[in-house]
Design a protein around this ligand. Structure first.
Ligand SMILES: NC(=O)c1ccc[n+]([C@@H]2O[C@H](COP(=O)([O-])OP(=O)(O)OC[C@H]3O[C@@H](n4cnc5c(N)ncnc54)[C@H](OP(=O)(O)O)[C@@H]3O)[C@@H](O)[C@H]2O)c1
Length: 252
């Protein structure tokens, strides 16, 4: 087992990649605090994981709120007495061009995708420094390229990559911090993203065909990279952003 008795917080674990990460981490022996806003889906994921281990707690809350991030850390420490790593995976799109997007949507997306990373790092780093702590942020290839009507999404993901590198510098060697940058992965989010294109079904089809490997990513593809980075297998990897995209970045 690659994460035996390692305590991890995973945000955005009620769906998509976060759910796959949580299940894979549990299979590898991790003790988990998982988060999302949707209580029904969160409880369902918690029940799935309870078939693997009893060491899982779903904590419902909006990670755009600093207090929720603090509470996630407090729950991990109260329940397990330590914290080995965090995976900040929750994210939203905030579609709309700069002149048209509302201030509310702009700030909500920035708070969810980027400021939440700062909040969770701020509250968890004092505990991560006591272990060989691991920080993994789910960014996107959108950190490096633009998509129609995705300004705040792309900007927030680029900011994530920059802050990951800064944290790796400031807190190494005790803490390793890395970003992952997925391309098109088959989750509800990609279908929401496709609404920015004139023909959403065609847009997803085009994304799939634009990958060198001729398929969308699966949540499990991303969970496996995340497990690798969380484990000792990646003990000499820090301060980087790893693209996992079926090769789409070099075809565009
Ligand atoms: N799918 C792709 O093609 C793709 C590509 C690159 C990067 N990504 C990134 O991958 C991450 C996971 O997305 P996904 O594709 O797996 O989409 P998803 O299935 O829609 O999952 C998004 C997760 O984020 C959670 N979330 C959203 N806002 C939240 C908030 N304010 N507080 C707490 N949790 C929140 C959602 O839970 P609730 O609804 O329960 O709150 C859900 O669990 C995101 O950061 C996304 O930007 C996705």
């Amino acid at each position: 087992m690659k994460l035996k008795n390692q305590v991890f917080i995973i945000t955005g674990a009620t769906s998509g990649m976060g759910e796959s990460m949580a299940i894979l981490f549990a299979q590898e022996g991790a003790q988990l605090v998982i988060n999302g806003r949707n209580v029904k889906r969160g409880k369902a994921v918690e029940q799935k994981i309870k078939k693997i281990t009893s060491d899982v707690s779903f904590y419902a809350g909006d990670i755009a709120q600093p207090s929720v991030n603090k509470e996630l850390v407090e729950l991990a420490i109260t329940k397990y007495g330590k914290l080995n790593g965090i995976v900040t995976n929750a994210g939203i799109l905030g579609l709309g061009r700069v002149a048209e997007i509302s201030l509310d949507d702009w700030h909500t997306t920035l708070n969810t995708n980027f400021n939440s990373f700062f909040y969770l790092c701020k509250y968890s780093i004092p505990y991560l420094q006591k272990e060989e702590g691991v920080i993994i942020a789910n960014a996107s290839i959108a950190a490096f390229q633009s998509f129609p009507q995705h300004p705040i999404y792309c900007a927030s993901k680029a900011a994530l990559v920059a802050l990951v590198k800064q944290i790796a510098l400031d807190y190494g060697p005790k803490i390793r911090a890395n970003a992952i940058c997925p391309g098109p992965v088959d989750t509800p989010l990609i279908w929401a993203s496709a609404k920015a294109f004139p023909d959403p079904t065609q847009a997803v089809h085009n994304a799939k065909e634009s990958t060198i490997l001729k398929r969308l990513g699966t949540p499990d593809d991303i969970a496996k990279l995340c497990l690798f980075l969380a484990s000792q297998d990646a003990s000499w990897i820090t301060g980087t952003a790893i693209t996992i995209d079926g090769g789409i970045s070099i075809t565009n």
